[in-house]
Design a protein around this ligand. Structure first.
Ligand code: TEU
Ligand code: CA
Length: 568
C-alpha cells in the first residue's frame, strides 16, 4: 500500500507510461490514470487560432499552459479526424487524417509533443460504432454489393415494418434503418443517417480498427475515450442494441490486440452500464477498459416519455443514493469515472447548482463533492471557471443535429414550441458547446472572426482571465482538488460511506483508508440549512481546501453551497 504522500505523486502520465506498470498493482498502488484528472476539449469551441470562427489544434496548443497550471494529467480530445461534420466530428470519414478546419497532422503531432512536455497525455476519441457515410468503406459498400467492404456495415433488403428484423429507433430520431439510394437496400444507423453503423461481427473490420488504434498509440497518444462502445455488440435482427452478447469478447480482443503491454488509459462510454455490469468492463483482471462513463446520475432526471427534452428537477437524496450505489459497486471490483458534464450534457452549474447569485459557490461545491469521491474525475472545458448554459431562446441559435431533429419531430407530434425550447434551454447539447470564455475581449477572446455558435452573453464577467485572478474563484479550487487527489491515497482508494442519506440538501460522506478519514459536507441548496441533531457529530478542524478553521456542533448552520472537507 502506498503512503499518504503517494509514491506516484506529482509524476505525470508520460513518466509513468514509460515504466509500464503491471495490471496486478492497479488496485492499491495507483495507475497513473487513477491519480490523474482528465480534461475534455471540444475542439470547435475551445480556441480559434486563425479567425475562421472554429476552434482548432494550434488554438489548443496555445492554451496548454492553462491546463498545465490546472494540473490535469490528460486531455480527452473530442474528434479532430476528417469528417463532413454532420455530428461535429462524430461522423468520421478518415481515422488517420485530421480535419483541415482543425489543422494538419503536423499540428496534431505537435500537440502530442507539447502536451507531453507539460506531462499531459492526449486521449483520442475512438468513434468506431459507426463511420461517416463519406468514409471510403461505406462508399465502396454502397457502390458494389460484392465489395469486401459491404459486410463492414449492416444491411437488409426489406423496408422496416412489422416482423423481423426488429424495428429500432435512431438516437437522433426516426428509424435506425435508411434506404441507400445506390443499392436500394436498407442500412442500419443508431445515430444520423450519415453515420452508418459498423458490423462488428466481421473480423476484418475489427482488425482494421485494431490496426488504426495501434497506429495512434505508436504516435504517442495516451489512450482512448471510446464512443458508445456498449453498442458494438448489437444484434439488430434480434432487437438487441446495447450490451449485446459479444460485447465483452470484442473488448477483450481489442485490448489484447492494442492495449496489452502498453500503459494507456481507456474509458468506454456506456449509457447502458449498470452498477451490476459496470465491473465487467473495468475489473483489472478482465483486460477490457480502464473505466466506463455511465449515466445513471444523468438519466434518472429525464422524463419517461420526452426524455432529456423534459428534465425533472434534481432530487438530491436520489442523486446521492445513485452516487453511493456506484461508489460501492466499483470499489475494489473495477474503476469509476466521475463527471458532471460533457459535450452532450448541460453545464454542471446550470443543471445541478445555481447559475445566478450562487454561481461561484455552487460550482465549487459541485467540484468538491465530485472530486473527493473514488474514481477518475473529468472536467469539461469551461467547468473550471463555472461556465453556464447557453441561454438560447430561439431554434435558429442552435447548431446541434440532435436538437434540430427533435425540434422538428416533437413539433410535428404536437409539442408546443415554447415547451420544447424550454427543454432545449435546459438540456440541449449546445449548452456545453458555446465558445470557451477566455477573457473580456470581443467574442470572449475565443476568435477574431465570427464564432460558429454564439458566445454566451455573460462572458464579460465570466471568463478565464477574471476567474483565475480570484484566489477564491473556481479555477483555484479545482487546482487544489487535483493536487489533493495526487497526494492522498485515501481520495484515490478510500472506501466511501454516505452520511445523512435522506437530507434534502446536505451531501455528506466519509472516505477512509487505514487510519485516515476524510469528511466532506456540502449544502447543495440556495437556503441556509442546519446540521441535523444526529448522523454527524461535532466537526472540528481545518478545511483542507480553504485552510479556514471549522468548528460546528449539530444544529450548526451551513450557508447556501457552503462546503467543508476535513480530516477526522
Ligand atoms: O454520444 C452518445 C449518445 O448516445 C448521445 O448522443 C446521447 O444519447 C445524447 O446526447 C442524449 O440525448 C456519443 C457522443 O458523445 C455524441 O456526441 C455523439 O453524437 C454520439 O455518440 C454519436 O457518435
Ligand atoms: Ca480555426
Amino acid at each position: 500500500m502506498i503512503s499518504r504522500r503517494g509514491a506516484l505523486a506529482g509524476m505525470a502520465a508520460m513518466t509513468i507510461a514509460s515504466s509500464s506498470s503491471q495490471a496486478g498493482i492497479i488496485q492499491r498502488d495507483s495507475a497513473w490514470w487513477q491519480s490523474a484528472v482528465g480534461y475534455q476539449i471540444y475542439p470547435a469551441s475551445f480556441a480559434d487560432s486563425n479567425g475562421d470562427g472554429i476552434g482548432d489544434i494550434p488554438g489548443i496548443i496555445a492554451k496548454l499552459d492553462h491546463l498545465a497550471d490546472l494540473g490535469i494529467g490528460f486531455i480527452w480530445l473530442s474528434p479532430v479526424y476528417a469528417s463532413p461534420m454532420v455530428d461535429n466530428g462524430y461522423d468520421i470519414s478518415d481515422y488517420r487524417a485530421i480535419n483541415p478546419i482543425f489543422g494538419t497532422m503536423a499540428d496534431m503531432d505537435r500537440l502530442i509533443t507539447e502536451a507531453r512536455a507539460r506531462r499531459i497525455g492526449i486521449v483520442m476519441d475512438l468513434v468506431v460504432n459507426h463511420t461517416s457515410d463519406q468514409h471510403p468503406w461505406f462508399r465502396a459498400a454502397r457502390a458494389d454489393r460484392g465489395s469486401p467492404y459491404r459486410d463492414y456495415y449492416i444491411w437488409r433488403d426489406q423496408p422496416p415494418g412489422k416482423g423481423t428484423p426488429a424495428d429500432i429507433e435512431a438516437s437522433f430520431g426516426g428509424s435506425a434503418w435508411s434506404r441507400d439510394s445506390k443499392s436500394g437496400d436498407w442500412y442500419f444507423h443508431l445515430f444520423a443517417p450519415q453515420q452508418p453503423d459498423l458490423n462488428w461481427t466481421n473480423p476484418a473490420l475489427r482488425a482494421e480498427v485494431h490496426a488504426m488504434m495501434n497506429w495512434w498509440l505508436d504516435k504517442g497518444v495516451s489512450g482512448f475515450r471510446m464512443d458508445v462502445i456498449d453498442l458494438i455488440g448489437k444484434q439488430p435482427e434480434n432487437g438487441i442494441v446495447a450490451d449485446g452478447p459479444e460485447l465483452h469478447r470484442y473488448l477483450r480482443e481489442m485490448h489484447e490486440a492494442t492495449l496489452a503491454g502498453r500503459d494507456a488509459v481507456t474509458v468506454g462510454e456506456a449509457w447502458s452500464a449498470t452498477p451490476q455490469n459496470a465491473p465487467l468492463y473495468s475489473a483489472p483482471d478482465r483486460h477490457e477498459v480502464s473505466m466506463v462513463f455511465q449515466f445513471g446520475h444523468v438519466t434518472q432526471f429525464w422524463d419517461e416519455k420526452l426524455g432529456k427534452w423534459k428534465p425533472k428537477p434534481i432530487d438530491w437524496p436520489r442523486l446521492k443514493s445513485t452516487f453511493a450505489t456506484w461508489q460501492g459497486a466499483l470499489h475494489g471490483t473495477g474503476w469509476n469515472s466521475l463527471f458532471w458534464g460533457n459535450h452532450d450534457l448541460p453545464r454542471a452549474v446550470s443543471r445541478y447548482g445555481d447559475e445566478g447569485k450562487h454561481r461561484v459557490a455552487s460550482a465549487k461545491a459541485l467540484a468538491t463533492i465530485l472530486h473527493l469521491m473514488e474514481g477518475t474525475p473529468y472536467i469539461y472545458q469551461g467547468e473550471e471557471i463555472g461556465m453556464t448554459n447557453a441561454g438560447f431562446t430561439r431554434i435558429d441559435q442552435y447548431r446541434d443535429v440532435e436538437t434540430l431533429n427533435f425540434h422538428r419531430i416533437q413539433l410535428a407530434e404536437g409539442v408546443d414550441e415554447a415547451a420544447f425550447l424550454a427543454g432545449a434551454r435546459a438540456n440541449s447539447r449546445d449548452n456545453a458547446r458555446t465558445p470557451m470564455q477566455w477573457s473580456g475581449a470581443a467574442n470572449a477572446g475565443f476568435t477574431q472572426g465570427t464564432p460558429w455558435i454564439s458566445v454566451n452573453a455573460n462572458y464579460p464577467s465570466l471568463n478565464v482571465e477574471r476567474d483565475r485572478a480570484d484566489p477564491d474563484g473556481v479555477f483555484q479550487l479545482y487546482r487544489r482538488l487535483i493536487a489533493l487527489r495526487r497526494d492522498h491515497a485515501v481520495i484515490r482508494h478510500g472506501d466511501f460511506r454516505l452520511l445523512l442519506p435522506d437530507h434534502p440538501a446536505l451531501v455528506a460522506y466519509q472516505r477512509r483508508l487505514g487510519s485516515e478519514t476524510l469528511l466532506v459536507i456540502a449544502n447543495m441548496s440556495r437556503q441556509a440549512v442546519n446540521l441535523p441533531p444526529s448522523g454527524i457529530s461535532a466537526i472540528h478542524g481545518r478545511d483542507i481546501l480553504t485552510g479556514r478553521r471549522v468548528s460546528m456542533q449539530p444544529g450548526g448552520k451551513f450557508e447556501p453551497y457552503e462546503t467543508v472537507a476535513i480530516w477526522l
